[in-house]
Write a protein that binds this ligand. Structure first.
Ligand code: G1P
Length: 290
């Protein structure tokens, strides 16, 4: 059974300066919870009970967010604020949180490699924190089920306009066994558009076999001088199939300011408590805009 998720969270968050000078990017709130909480909640919903944060100096508040905070809990209890108390306490029970330091920022493949000791030779999930998948869809469950069925690496895919392929890992595919599934024959990290094998890109969800670790050890620096997970998967693809599943749910990319704003609007709009009032206000406000 896949039970562990690895979340690389060591990045500097420079695209969000000055907000990220003292606060990790992963803790910037989307509506009323930090972006990283959506990812950990997604992992918990998919049945994962162990989350390893691959972190860096200055980021220990991410772990604090998922820890008990007894003084706050006592104060909320005294005031009879039961909903707030549950929101704070339940967070610490979502999953068991662990962390390891990346030390040097040598790329996504290097970040995943830091999980080797914790994960061992089990299969595991990698979730990238910039991508929030619509919380109403069990997409990660579907990826894990596909891994259990096939025993091989499974990655999430999405079509993007051609002028965006250079920002992602790009897959060359042939049809797979199930609708929406592909067999990946080649993966290229951030190719120029004229070298991209398709416009199907890798989104930030992976289910990987433990056999990725020895491959990562032998993966030399690639695009940007960094050890790329995409390159390790490409090596793996020479020996065993890799399955790609097209993400059939909205994905919110919080990696840059515009994406972050859109994610905030979209995730507020689908909330039962806030959505109707927020959307009504947004409609009215848009009418006032030139
Ligand atoms: C990483 C991966 C890339 C993938 C992307 C998804 O890139 O290296 O293959 O397509 O995440 O968001 P990054 O966005 O960290 O540069």
């Amino acid at each position: 059974m896949v039970s562990k998720a690895v979340l690389p969270v060591a990045g500097l968050g420079t695209r969000f300066l000055p907000a990220t000078k003292a606060v990790p990017k992963e803790l910037l709130p989307v509506v009323d919870r930090p972006a990283i909480q959506y990812i950990v909640e997604e992992c918990a919903r998919a049945g994962l009970d162990d989350v390893l944060l691959v972190t860096a100096s200055g980021k220990s508040t991410i772990e604090d967010h998922f820890d008990r905070l007894l003084d706050l809990e006592a104060a909320l209890e005294d005031k009879g604020k039961t909903d707030d108390l549950a929101a704070v306490r339940d967070l610490a029970d979502l999953v068991s949180i662990h962390s390891v330091r990346q030390g040097e920022a040598l790329g996504l493949g290097h970040a995943v490699l830091q999980a080797e000791h914790h994960v061992g030779d089990e299969s595991f999930v990698v979730c990238l924190g910039d991508d929030i998948v619509d919380p109403r869809t069990p997409f990660l469950e579907r990826m894990i089920a596909a891994h259990h069925r096939t025993g091989v690496a499974v990655v999430a895919l999405m079509e993007v306009p051609e002028d965006q392929v250079h920002l992602y890992g790009v897959a060359d595919v042939t049809p797979g066994d199930e609708p929406g599934e592909y067999r990946i024959s080649e993966l290229v990290e951030k190719p120029p558009v004229d070298e991209a094998p398709s416009n199907l890109i890798v989104v930030g969800r992976y289910v990987l076999p433990g056999s990725i670790f020895p491959v990562l050890h032998d993966t030399p620096p690639g695009r940007g001088g960094e050890i790329q997970l995409t390159d390790a998967l490409q090596t793996l693809a020479a020996d065993e199939p890799i399955v790609g599943i097209v993400l059939d749910a909205p994905r919110h990319d919080t990696g840059d300011k515009l994406g972050f704003l859109k994610a905030t609007v979209e995730l507020a709009a689908i909330r039962e408590d806030l959505g109707p009032d927020f959307v009504a206000w947004l409609r009215e406000w848009l009418e006032t805009q030139p």
